[in-house]
Design a protein around this ligand. Structure first.
Ligand code: AMP
Ligand code: MG
Length: 392
């Protein structure tokens, strides 16, 4: 058996990042920036008022000073003149600070009668002027690689970048295998069940920015599975589910072998619970990962293996799924020889694994909001011990 991190390294060795495409800004959120993007302007491009008030000269900044209002500078309409001592310009937030002005007196701090203002007795230190380029300057970069947040999109817009270079969303084809499986909504025979984890994995992959699609369920016959593989040849990643336990994993491996002779493929026994059987390979432009069929195993492997691979395909660093830590709410016995991803509930009190950990129980997985990670031979532990977990 190999460790989870060895298995993940083996997968990373098969992973290739997708090519780069330019997408309109409104489609960039959640995509991974592929190249540094550079600002082509300063922001703000001029000294701008941060308040509604009056632009004045420094020498007039004293209590009771009376000034003549000589014009207006609303946002988008520059006052073209120059202010001299004794003068003021009515200005609004975002307006260009007129030449000669060094500060804005907020409107609450003046009394205006006709074209005259008188400064009150509350004079502020702050100039209420945003200097040109105080947010970013020409040449400032937003560096790749990063998954673009809504905030990043706002910044790119401000930088006047209408098209964004991002990694193409990896095309992931999901193939369920098993004569016992039917699609949700179909009427199963009395010896059949509904394919479930394919849908969970599809949702997970989509949330990671992959272009995921479900292929028809493959029967437990080589010919049927080969047909599905043929349908998936344009994918960056084919994920098979099930048919990978000892005894029947040959189907997936044989189909891979027959698809192309120079396919690299491996079958790993990974020291993890749930999970264990994992297949991986690559031929040409397509990577293949074979996951176990048990619903919880498939979903856990989705978080532990597929998510890091799909992130790396999008150009993000090859790294395991990020973990957090929380304190155990109860004592725990020792762990066995395999890394255990326990379905757990995280609350303000700490983390508590569910009593039932069978790898077929989707109700428990759906109630869980964390996978508590126990390394091989970990523990026993007392309540209060800090434990790593993967957030769900
Ligand atoms: P296998 O890995 O094919 O031996 O399947 C292990 C268990 O998972 C069996 O009980 C299968 O019926 C079940 N299983 C396999 N694939 C799926 C699937 N896509 N959805 C739900 N259960 C599945
Ligand atoms: Mg099966």
């Amino acid at each position: 058996m190999i460790s989870v991190s060895q298995a993940l390294d083996a997968l990373f060795a098969l992973t290739r990042s997708t090519d780069v495409e330019e997408v309109p800004l409104i489609e960039a959120s959640g995509r991974v920036l592929a190249r540094d993007v550079t600002a082509r302007r300063d922001q703000p491009p001029f000294a701008a008022s941060a308040m509604d008030g009056y632009a004045i000269c420094e020498s007039d900044h004293s209590q009771g000073q009376t000034l003549e209002v000589i014009g207006e500078a609303p946002a988008g309409h520059r006052f073209s003149g120059v202010i001299s001592p004794g003068q003021a310009v009515r200005i609004f937030t975002g307006g260009v600070v007129p030449e000669g002005a060094t500060r804005i007196i907020i409107q609450e701090d003046v009394t205006r009668v006709g074209d005259k203002i008188t400064l009150g007795d509350r004079l502020e230190e702050a100039s209420h002027i945003r200097p040109a380029g105080c947010d970013f300057q020409y040449g400032s970069t937003l560096a790749a690689s990063r998954r673009l947040s809504p905030e990043d999109v706002a910044l790119l817009a401000s930088m006047n970048v209408p098209m964004v270079p991002v990694h193409r969303a990896p095309k992931v084809a999901l193939i369920s295998t098993g004569d016992e499986l039917v699609m949700p909504g179909e009427v199963p025979k009395d010896d059949q069940i509904i394919a479930s984890n394919t849908f969970g994995l599809h949702a997970l992959l989509r949330s990671l920015g992959a272009d995921a699609r479900l292929l028809p369920i493959a029967p437990d016959r080589e010919s049927g599975l080969r047909l599905c593989f043929d349908l998936a040849q344009d994918a960056d990643l084919i994920v098979t589910i099930g048919g990978a336990s000892v005894g029947d994993h040959d189907i997936v491996a044989q189909v891979m072998a027959s698809t192309n002779t120079d396919a690299a493929r491996s079958f790993y026994k990974v020291a993890m619970r749930p999970g264990k059987p994992l297949m991986a390979g690559r031929w040409g432009g397509t990577m293949m990962v074979g996951l176990p069929g048990n619903p919880v195993s498939a979903m856990v492997c989705g978080h532990v293996f597929l998510a890091p691979v799909v992130r790396a395909m999008q150009g993000l660093p090859a790294a395991p799924a990020p973990r957090d830590q929380a304190s155990l709410t109860e004592d725990m016995g020792p762990n066995g020889p395999r890394e255990h991803y326990m379905r757990a509930l995280l609350t303000a009190d700490g983390i508590r694994p569910f009593a039932r950990q069978d790898s077929s129980l989707l109700t428990v997985l759906s109630s869980a909001n964390a996978l508590m990670v126990r390394p091989p031979h970990d523990g026993p532990h007392k309540a209060g011990t800090m434990m790593p977990y993967l957030p769900l």
